[in-house]
Design a protein around this ligand. Structure first.
Ligand code: F6R
Length: 365
């Protein structure tokens, strides 16, 4: 049931501090301040040369964030592809490497086919799934569950943040096993993960500001989302969320790609949502933002207090999120994107929980 919410999507957005926290609790030994995966892995991360991540839609954006985390924290190369491509492209897989499949439903036909392909090639398989009785869960070697609870709204919200939490835990465990993270570094990262649920809760408090902003978005024909590093998959996710429930055309781009084409779209009618926590890439993203502003684009900057003061420009709208360490920002920065899509869809009169042409679980290819 929807509790006191108008839509399942709203309920699920607001459940995130709780379910992300539950998921984390399943992966952390709080007393030991270390990651402890709930299942023993049948391989050693030192024997893995490459991780192949496969998923569809929103889950594939979680996979794109995972690439940054595995490469940075565990120095492990990652290939990420959407399942409909991966299953047919006959990538040369190395026996004994690791394949990870991310799926809320655990029934997505293309993701399941990709899992079967990787298994047949002799890879170890981990599925990150929300439905533990699902086909993908049953057929994979190891299941690392997201504890998001049932997700009813067609647009994925809490499953995404829980997928990120599970992946963060796997990446930290891999980094530790490979000697890339010291005990001290692991403790620091674990504390950063523990901070995520309260940071999500604090971020949800900006909903009234987002609701106001949705009035401008609802009048637009096209919206562009930009981000760098782990914020670049978030740009795609923000655009996907907006288009699937409000039917407004949106594009997400890695900010550095702007000048390679999409900047031609920018004029005074196009809102540009820039996702830029104050991290080591902030300056780069801000320079892309200035290019947009110079062409009359309406910039909406999502950042923290430091970023807001550094980027101070007259004409932009700033959404200020709480300060947080740089690594795990995607779990927090996706919240305003979900809220923006949600409130825009309501203003458009769309059926938020049941968008046209979409099914919650895509069991045919
Ligand atoms: C978007 C959305 C879809 C799913 C995709 C994969 O909001 O919900 O893009 O993420 O269909 O579904 P699962 O995770 O069930 O494999």
């Amino acid at each position: 049931n929807k509790a006191n919410y108008r839509h399942f999507m709203a309920k699920e957005i607001h459940e995130q501090p709780e379910v992300v926290g539950q998921t984390l609790a399943h992966y952390v030994d709080m007393a030991g301040e270390r990651i402890e995966l709930p299942s023993k892995l049948p391989f050693d991360f030192n024997a893995i040369q490459r991780i192949w991540i496969t998923a569809c839609g929103t889950a594939s954006y979680a996979g794109q964030v995972a690439k940054y985390w595995f490469e940075r924290l565990a120095r492990l190369p990652v290939e990420i592809d959407v399942a409909s491509e991966f299953r047919y492209r006959e990538a040369p897989l190395r026996k004994g490497d690791l394949a990870i499949f991310i799926s809320q439903s655990g029934e997505t036909a293309d993701t399941l086919a990709a899992l079967r392909y990787a298994k047949a090639q002799g890879l170890h398989t981990i599925s990150v799934v929300n439905v533990s009785t699902s086909t993908i869960a049953r057929e994979s070697e190891v299941v690392l569950p997201t504890l998001a609870g049932p997700e009813i709204g067609v647009a994925s919200t809490k499953a995404f943040t829980c997928q990120l939490m599970v992946i963060a835990a796997i990446a930290v465990a891999a980094g530790r096993e490979r000697g890339e993270l010291s005990k001290i570094e692991e403790i620091k990262l674990v504390h950063e993960l523990i901070e995520v649920p309260p940071l999500i809760a604090a971020t949800l408090a900006i909903e009234p500001q987002i609701e106001k902003l949705a009035h401008d978005i609802a009048k637009s024909r096209d919206v562009v989302y930009l981000g760098r590093g782990t914020s670049s998959p978030l740009a795609m996710e923000g655009a996907l969320k907006l288009k699937e429930i409000s039917y407004i055309h949106a594009e997400g781009y890695a900010a550095g790609e702007l000048k390679h084409g999409p900047i031609a779209l920018i004029d005074e009618t196009v809102p540009v949502v820039v996702i830029a926590p104050y991290d080591r890439l902030f300056e780069k993203t801000v320079s892309n933002m200035q290019e947009v502003a110079a062409r009359g684009g309406n910039v909406i900057l999502i950042t923290d207090a430091k970023g807001a003061s550094e980027a101070a420009m007259g004409s932009i709208v700033t959404i200020v999120l709480p300060d947080m360490p740089a690594t795990f920002t995607p779990m927090v920065y996706v919240i305003p994107l979900q809220l923006l899509a949600y409130h825009t869809a309501i203003l458009m009169g769309a059926d938020v929980d049941q968008p046209r042409n979409l099914a919650k679980s895509v069991t045919v290819e």
